[in-house]
Design a protein around this ligand. Sequence first.
Ligand SMILES: NC(=O)c1ccc[n+]([C@@H]2O[C@H](COP(=O)([O-])OP(=O)(O)OC[C@H]3O[C@@H](n4cnc5c(N)ncnc54)[C@H](OP(=O)(O)O)[C@@H]3O)[C@@H](O)[C@H]2O)c1
Length: 343
Amino acid sequence: MKGLLLRQGGLAEKAESLGAHFDRPGDYLELGEIPTPKPGPGQVLIKMRRATINPSDIAFVKGIYGQPRIEGKPAGFEGVGVVVDAGPGLFGKFLKGRDVGFYATPDGSGTWAEYAVTQAMLALPLKKGLADRDAAGLIVNPVTAVAMLDMVKPGTAFVFSAAASQLGKLMAGLAKDQGKRMIALVRREAPVAMLKDLGAAYVLNESDADYKTDLAKVLEKEKPVIFLDAVAGHRSAQTHNMMGDRARWVIYGRLDDSPAEILDPGAMIFQRKVVEGFWTTDWAAKTSFVQKMRVFGEVQNRFRDGRWKTDVSAELPLNQAIERLPQALAQPDGKVQIVMHDG
Ligand SMILES: NC(=O)c1ccc[n+]([C@@H]2O[C@H](COP(=O)([O-])OP(=O)(O)OC[C@H]3O[C@@H](n4cnc5c(N)ncnc54)[C@H](OP(=O)(O)O)[C@@H]3O)[C@@H](O)[C@H]2O)c1
């Protein structure tokens, strides 16, 4: 089978931003031919139709994600396709012939290829009417939105950075439906109206002259204690510094390279402020099977009935992906997806 294969193994030595800048994909990936993988016990083999590219994929390919690379294996964490084979195990056999949205587990192989292997438990049989563009990104961002929003108490507000992201768009509607007021931070004017339409209570543009005053007013009025932050640079440090007592700075991404310093260590003591991390992988490990199924069901329903949608900015055929990736990823407002020959 053909796939975009990792040219390097292990982790990179230098820590850098986890953003989606990807100027030289050819340094990290090559289009190659490898034998189609075989599913082991509890695993399924999926014939790929489409794969989504997330910031975590780019970070992984560069060797700066919390999981070592395996040289020669295809990259890519999520996608959609049809189960064509299964190893020993009842659930895998049940999935045979079904369309699934799935996450590629480290013991399997990546989704930027014609076929991928993963644990059957992380392949979700698709409900009728779900579009492939939504199903290709069914897990990473949607599940993160649901899991992180659980930290926010109903009736309260929370701060959310990089809000024009796919995750931010999902979060805006979900928060509104749960009676939680999203204070969305963006860095451009274009997404402001869109996020308000989706359900954000406030949208503040960091490049506005009055941004800091406006943010201070909103923080004073709403008194949010949760800051869900994918940027984690100097501006995030300032935001947390402006928040009140017990403010929790929850870092779940690192899109900015500038230092995310603690500006007032005394506030960690006397205002009981906290800095912590969030990783959906940890959430999945500690959440019960029943609860996960509930979340997966809710995620599919939201896409099916149109409360959520996936904006796609570019669709790249597998064999053109390496050369077209830098330009495609530089486009704002939407996901880049890799499509297979019959996808
Ligand atoms: N910890 C976890 O388990 C977990 C799970 C899922 C996602 N994530 C993280 O969530 C974040 C969003 O993911 P996504 O797939 O929704 O992203 P996405 O759709 O690819 O969008 C990325 C967004 O980041 C913004 N951005 C990039 N660099 C920035 C910077 N230096 N300062 C401020 N904003 C910046 C972009 O703003 P513009 O629109 O203005 O270009 C864009 O809106 C990523 O950091 C990802 O790694 C973490």
